[in-house]
Design a protein around this ligand. Structure first.
Ligand SMILES: [Zn+2]
Ligand SMILES: [Zn+2]
Length: 124
């Protein structure tokens, strides 16, 4: 069940990227990100209020809003992780920090495997 929830959030993240461009939420400042997140939380709160005031079951609507809240939070976390943890932009493996790569012996920013593939491609 947990896996299904993560899949729903992932699908919503992909939808966001398609709608606003792959890096949209990652390129805006923290203020704007908080506005977007608060807006989504506000929409979820509105559904909760309607459920209470109108006595109707809007669970499926609430579910949709909560997925959006989670997806916006995930997008923000993706940005923070990207800034804090150096990882290979090709395969996504986490690097041991800005230390020389064991393939090219420079701080190339790639893992040794991708670095060697890249240098082979360059030579061709
Ligand atoms: Zn790599
Ligand atoms: Zn390298």
């Amino acid at each position: 069940m947990i896996k299904r929830v993560f899949e729903l959030i992932r699908a919503e993240r992909d939808k966001q990227d398609k709608k606003w461009g792959a890096n949209a939420i990652r390129t805006v400042g923290p203020d704007s990100r908080m506005c977007i997140l608060a807006e989504e939380v506000g929409e979820a709160a509105e559904v909760v209020n309607r459920m209470r005031d109108e006595g109707v079951d809007l669970t499926s609507e609430l579910r949709k809003e909560l997925i959006q809240v989670a997806a916006v939070a995930v997008a923000w976390l993706e940005k923070i992780e990207f800034d804090c943890i150096p990882y290979c932009p090709i395969c996504g493996v986490i690097l041991d920090g800005p230390i020389p790569c064991s393939h090219c012996w420079a701080i190339c920013g790639y893992c040794p495997t991708c670095c060697s593939i890249l240098s082979k491609e360059k030579k061709q």
